[in-house]
Design a protein around this ligand. Structure first.
Ligand SMILES: Nc1ncnc2c1ncn2[C@@H]1O[C@H](COP(=O)(O)OP(=O)(O)O)[C@@H](O)[C@H]1O
Ligand SMILES: [Mg+2]
Length: 280
């Protein structure tokens, strides 16, 4: 904690690190204090109430959170705690009943339909548990689609889609349709699609939820690479503990509220404890 006060003004995440620790040790330290001061996402007192006839569901009961540009955040919580609802609010896919969501300090409730569409298409990339690929389209076509929507030419889009498929390790699967791919491969196509328009923020709602442990780890490592190498802000909802040690911070959500926020340093302590238990 006191370490954070030593360098109040650090500019770039890439700035040379003064310490000479091994890569592994550096990686495991919380980097939040190295990131720019700006909040790329700010959620203020967000309440979401679903009215369904006589039944009212209070899905979010006053959420406050801030995410710095370049952070890797995990939102942990049991099923039904409001994670997906919160994602829909942050991603501008649905509107809060009360409260505000700011993306790069712009209150998204103030955006008109065109601006909101731009935000959803260009600034935010979405990854869902169930991949949500279009079944009749090839991997390549699934990825070019959002670029065509964004106004890129077909040639540019195809070029970029091929690059993205190589990035996620599927350069040899570009003509495959989703059902001709494994779950992990489909999720990698979905990640490539989420990156099509170079989003600043990637929202991943339980991206490993439908994958086996090994494939889940591959997806997590891919997200971490995007975060570290491309500076993409990653916000994932999960109840997968494998997500923990790659996260800069974890927001624990229960019953529509943030009940605890942990930093990576605190998480390492716990992961260490868990490992110890497993080994013993
Ligand atoms: N569109 C909806 N209409 C009505 N209730 C909903 C809707 N979406 C989610 N809920 C309810 O809101 C609560 C939170 O759901 P959700 O955000 O999906 O949780 P999580 O993603 O953490 O599993 C649940 O009780 C769920 O039943
Ligand atoms: Mg959910």
């Amino acid at each position: 904690m006191s370490e954070q006060n030593k360098s109040p003004e650090t500019e770039q995440p890439e700035a040379e690190s003064p310490d000479t620790e091994t890569g592994e040790e550096t990686r495991l330290k919380s980097r939040t204090h190295l990131l720019p001061e700006e909040n790329t996402v700010r959620v203020r007192n967000v309440i979401k109430r679903y009215e369904m006839g006589k039944v009212t569901v209070d899905a979010l009961r006053g959420i406050n959170l801030e995410v710095r540009r370049g952070e890797y955040i995990s939102i942990m919580g049991p099923s039904g705690s409001g994670k997906s609802t919160l994602f829909n609010m942050i991603g501008g896919l649905d509107k809060p009943t009360e409260g505000r969501v700011y993306i790069d300090e712009v209150d998204i409730a103030q955006l008109d339909a065109y601006e909101l569409a731009w935000l959803r298409c260009r600034k935010i990339g979405y990854i869902f548990q169930s991949f949500n690929l279009i079944p009749v389209m090839t991997a390549l076509e699934n990825i070019t689609l959002p670029m065509i929507f964004a106004g890129k030419t077909p040639d540019e889009s195809i070029q970029k889609a091929i690059e993205l498929l190589s990035l996620v390790g599927l350069g040899d699967r570009i003509q495959h349709k989703p059902l001709e791919l494994s779950g992990g491969q489909q999720q990698r196509v979905a990640i490539a699609r989420a990156l099509a328009n170079d989003p600043a923020i990637v929202l991943a709602d339980e991206p490993t939820g439908n994958l086996d442990t090994h494939t889940g780890l591959e997806i997590i490592n891919l997200l971490r690479r995007l975060n570290e190498e491309n500076g993409v802000t990653i916000i994932t909802a999960t109840h997968d503990t494998k997500m923990l040690d790659v996260s800069d911070r974890i927001f624990h959500v229960e019953d529509g509220r943030v009940v605890k926020i942990e930093t990576r340093d605190e998480i390492n302590l716990q992961v260490g404890k868990l490992d110890g238990l497993e080994v013993g």
